[in-house]
Design a protein around this ligand. Sequence first.
Ligand code: HEC
Ligand code: HEC
Length: 332
Amino acid sequence: MRSHNGSNLRFTAKAVFVLVFAASASLAAEGPPEWAYGTRAAPAPQGKHKPHAAPDNGLKHVPGSTLEFTRAQINDPFGPADWFPGDHPKMPEIVAHGRKPQIWACALCHYPDGKGRSENAGVSGLPVSYFIHQINDFKNGLRKSADVRKKNTNLMIAIAKAMTDDEVIEAANYFGAMKWTPWIKVVETESVPQTRISVGMFLPVEGGGKEPIGQRIIEVPKDTDATEVLRNPRSGFIAYVPVGSIEKGEALVTADTSKTVRCAICHGTDLNGLGPVPGIAGRSPSYLVRQMYDMQQGSRKGEWANLMKPVVSGLSEEDMLNIAAYVSSQAP
Ligand code: HEC
Ligand code: HEC
């Protein structure tokens, strides 16, 4: 940030900080944190916007791929673009194309390699039995979002309900065969780009400035166009976290404290999973917070999720933020 030389300006910056901080602190008491769920009651500040012209039918490219797709092909729910077929094993039909009418291709939201985006979930590298359990929990009403406005989780539930057991097993085996590798860079900072929300995902406002991070994690694509327009599965995310949050999170999850239970006991010493317990290291921090919050609220309450009850019941929103900052910064 540039340094200003008028005391008025400095005062304004401080006032804005206090306002933003107060706003995020009061949300904690009111319900699911907006920064983790990407749901917002009032319309977001939009900043400068590209005018909506005629539909874009041009062929798109991404670096390193010889393939080309139109925007309609990239976003086809029954066969989205696969930019890098060599980056993953051959996709089963349900992953590549889904099944009409209810089941959208898993590859649309979770990408062909299962890396996923901040508003959905990383699904590669999950234990097969855990994966199957989750789909069944979605099916049986045991896994919902604590924020009922979260549209894509509602879509996920509808998809799970329509899947046959064979389709579930095929998808679980496919994504489970791939390793979870680094995808989100965690950066401690005092200020973040101003953002808008696009279907649950935070995107920097074009031509927008910076604002104080406050008690939030702001997770954005490294390259907005590559993610929003092209769905490039080689272009990952940056998670901005408050200064000092990683260390606070580490203290919470590694020390013997009455607030929570050490994650390593069940998730493995490196937090990369243990038997049927999923890995959490290096995964999206906003996703991790949503899960902890959902479990605390009881909207995610499958048989195995009950093991997480003592872990999350005593955590504040700020504790969850710090834990997620630390866990996400750990190498998968
Ligand atoms: C419309 C986008 C969308 C599509 C298409 C989609 N999912 Fe999901 N999926 C989500 C969202 C959103 C979540 C939950 C995120 C949350 O809880 O905040 C999710 C979560 C999951 C999880 C839980 C991950 C975990 O770590 O517990 C699994 C497993 C999963 N999806 C499998 C699938 C499969 C298999 C398909 C294809 C048949 C599929 N999804 C298609 C959006 C989608
Ligand atoms: C007593 C064992 C146990 C401990 C201790 C534990 N977990 Fe878990 N955790 C589980 C199990 C089992 C699941 C799978 C739940 C399910 O199937 O729905 C899980 C799931 C999760 C999930 C959801 C993963 C996903 O992909 O959706 C998160 C996030 C999580 N744990 C975070 C933590 C953190 C952070 C800690 C430490 C502060 C922790 N857990 C400590 C057993 C534990």
